[in-house]
Design a protein. Structure first.
Length: 427
């Protein structure tokens, strides 16, 4: 099947929905584009989409974000130049996807994304000549099923912001029809039940996905030239490179060394491997040129109400994936700049400004070539700012900043600035 809509047209449609996060030090910055995956509470795929294939995955109880594209090798290189260590990915270059990356290395890269932006690591990794991983304690683990009952993911930390998508998260972004809280899925990650058009001949200029359909394209293209989009606006979840998912292949996540899974097919595989019912097992320490990764994340605060997107329902109620309590998201009872819904879910008292949670902050390079540090500050409390080069030794660089019950922005010159990490503390 040949598509009538060009790749450029598809990119234009989804560009408005995609949002980029920035990582890396000045001079080695890179971005990852994300799209929101909503319709929280949809069911697993049970074959209701009108196609021929299905497998019982894809039900996700919370909104999240997922990368529009596979992670390129340039992102790995720039992360390494910004301080990331011991992550190997060496199959391809530049804007080609990161191949030859072990699951453990993918997890270490994700941990760097978290820590370098002020979030806890997603995975409990240790490097002693090679990577190994431990399980998080039940109290530290992610809850896959917010609401009554607990379904723990012992691989992922409950407060991680970036992570390798679970099999359900990956599957939903690839195959769900994005038509509400439904069990409707496509057979292919091209928003279709028809067999995608693959590579028919050398130099084939028109294709739905990059896989063998008469010709094998052995060398991957750039991550933005991989065919047409899924219903949520992701590209390359069919063909190009297989992609790691976070979950153990048996779904248990109770043994850090058990085999993981990959999905999506690759350059030299046939249409058979693009189908929604196809998955493959690989050891987390295995390295293959045609296995790459895609990053997932918590959602942003799209509506600007102070509550992150994955913690809201359509009516504005706050529901945390790691807390069964709910509360209205709109009031700010103590007038400290934090909505009651956020404070309650974080076990803070909305009637006391002293309860305001700290640590919600970000650092970025602004248009004036300065480091821009933003942090939330409760009304009536003085703050100090500290910086560090290694997240272990902290130096106070500014004192006596008055909290105003809202976001505070400070600027620091880049020239001569060796400090990479910042945090705010109440005096």
């Amino acid at each position: 099947m040949k598509t009538g809509l060009t790749l450029a047209g598809m990119l234009a449609i989804f560009a408005l929905a995609a949002r980029a996060d920035t990582f890396g030090l000045p001079g080695n910055e890179f971005t990852i584009d994300f799209v929101n995956v909503g319709n929280a509470g949809n069911s697993d795929d049970a074959g209701a989409g009108g196609g021929l294939y299905f497998s019982s995955y894809g039900g996700v109880r919370y909104p999240y974000r997922i990368g529009v594209y596979e992670v390129p090798q340039s992102a790995i290189d720039k992360a390494a130049a910004s301080g990331m260590t011991n992550v190997v990915s060496d199959a391809w270059i530049g804007n080609q996807p990161a191949g030859n990356i072990r699951w453990y290395d993918a997890a270490a890269f994700v941990n760097w994304l978290n820590v370098s932006t002020g979030h806890p690591p997603a995975y409990k990794m240790t490097f002693l000549g090679s990577w190994s991983m431990e399980l998080w304690s039940p109290a530290e683990s992610w809850d896959n099923d917010p609401g009554p009952g607990v379904e723990l993911n012992r691989y992922r930390h409950k407060d991680a912001w970036y992570f390798i998508p679970s099999e359900d998260e990956w599957y939903k972004a690839a195959f769900h029809k994005n038509d509400g809280v439904t069990a409707n899925y496509w057979d292919y990650a091209t928003a279709s039940n028809e067999i995608p058009d693959g590579m028919d001949f050398s130099g084939d200029p028109q294709y739905d996905a990059i896989f063998e359909q008469g010709f094998i394209q052995w060398i991957p293209f750039g991550i933005t030239h991989v065919g047409v989009a899924s219903a949520y606006g992701t590209f390359g979840q069919n063909g190009h490179l297989w992609e790691w998912f976070e979950s153990a292949f048996d779904g248990s996540n109770d043994d850090p060394s058990e085999v993981r899974g990959v999905r999506g097919g690759d350059l030299d595989s046939s249409e058979y491997f693009q189908r929604s019912d196809l998955r493959r097992a690989d050891p987390p320490g295995g390295s293959y040129a045609h296995i790459g990764l895609r990053i997932a994340s918590l959602a942003k605060d799209t509506d600007g109400d102070g509550v992150p997107d994955p913690y809201e329902t359509g009516t504005g109620a706050f529901i945390s994936p790691n807390n069964t309590g709910t509360s209205p998201a709109d009031p700010d009872t103590d007038d400290d700049g934090y909505l009651d819904g956020f404070e309650i879910a974080a076990r803070f008292d909305p009637n006391s400004a002293a309860s305001t949670p700290d640590g919600l902050w970000s650092v970025r390079l602004n248009v004036h070539a300065e480091l821009e540090y933003r942090f939330n500050a409760a009304k009536g409390f003085p703050y100090r700012i500290q910086s560090s080069t290694d997240l272990r030794s902290w130096m106070t660089i500014e004192l006596g900043i008055p909290g105003k019950g809202r976001e505070i922005i400070r600027y620091y010159p880049i020239e001569g600035q060796e400090r990479r990490f910042f945090r705010s503390r109440r005096n």
